[in-house]
Design a protein around this ligand. Structure first.
Ligand code: SAM
Length: 274
């Protein structure tokens, strides 16, 4: 198929203004789009069949084989193809060296029921977490540790923010996630028969003392406040990762990795690459 890309050179062009504004939650909500920067990320989104809206390419990169291949794939998926001077790519990404391509993809909004799956599986609940860097790192960990999905409970930071997408290193396209109130999340996990294992400084059991069984949800708390008392009370078990006496707490993303890997270890690392 012949590749047809429009040329845009003005920062005042409406498309460029919208893409640039995708670093704001309000614009992401209004457009239902988010940005993926770099060929690797864009390829991952296309391979996972996420809906691509626009592919932006640096004019200077149009003859490169990998950019042409990506443009071909994006065009087949129905994307608008646009080429711009490097300075416009820098303006959209606010980076000095922005890479050759970026794309806007359509967001997916799921309820917890869409994360249900049969067989052995561990899910993650994140309660009111605030830091997009943590969220992106947790998405990446969840992908590596083969988690079944993540539920963002109550108001959390936006997984589609530029910072979360960057930190996820592409796991935004691979890890299933949903948003829910605590009530809806708790109803879902009861319906699925999933024990709720809260990670908390108030826990008494160590992760290796807990039987995660084949199926469970691990619940992690907010970076500052942790899990409130009433949410801890709804957990079946509270688990505390050992720390040196006097230490404050682990970083949320690191605590999540330790909990997730203990659960996966107990299952015998199903699905792990050899
Ligand atoms: N001051 C907060 C508190 O009292 O919970 C610390 C919050 S901590 C930075 C963020 C989350 O990471 C916690 O809610 C918990 O889920 C998890 N976490 C951090 N350190 C932990 C530990 N040693 N054991 C279990 N969970 C931990």
């Amino acid at each position: 198929m012949a590749l047809i890309s429009e040329s845009i050179t003005s920062p005042a062009n409406p498309l460029i203004k919208t893409l640039r504004a995708l670093d704001r939650k309000k614009t992401r909500q209004e457009t239902n789009l988010f940005l993926a920067e770099g060929a690797r990320l864009v390829r991952q989104g296309l391979e996972k069949a996420w809906h691509i809206d626009t592919l932006i390419m640096a004019k200077t990169s149009l003859e490169r084989d990998h950019v042409r291949a990506l443009a071909d794939q994006a065009q087949s998926a129905g994307a608008r193809l646009v080429n711009v001077p490097d300075r416009l790519l820098s303006q959209i990404t606010r980076k000095d060296n922005p890479g050759a391509v970026l794309a806007s993809f359509r967001q997916q909004d799921k309820a917890p029921e869409h994360l249900s799956k049969s067989g052995p599986a561990i899910w993650l609940g994140l309660y009111k977490i605030r830091d997009p860097g943590n969220l992106g790192t947790i998405l990446r960990t969840a992908d590596c540790a083969g988690l079944a999905g993540i539920v963002l409970i109550e108001t959390c930071c936006d997984p589609y923010s530029v910072e979360a997408v960057r930190a996820s290193m592409g796991a935004i396209f691979d890890t299933d996630f949903a948003t829910a109130s605590f009530e809806a999340f708790n109803t879902w996990r009861h319906c699925e028969g999933l024990p709720l294992i809260g990670a908390s400084l108030a826990g008494t059991a160590r992760p290796d003392e807990i039987a995660f069984q084949d199926r469970a949800v691990i619940l992690m708390g907010n970076e500052q406040a942790g899990l409130p008392g009433e949410i801890e009370a709804a957990c079946d078990t509270l688990c505390r990762i050992p720390m040196r006496a006097g230490a404050d707490s682990l970083n949320l993303a690191q605590a999540t990795a330790l909990m997730s890997y203990e659960a996966w270890r107990q299952q015998g690392y199903p699905g792990a690459a050899r």
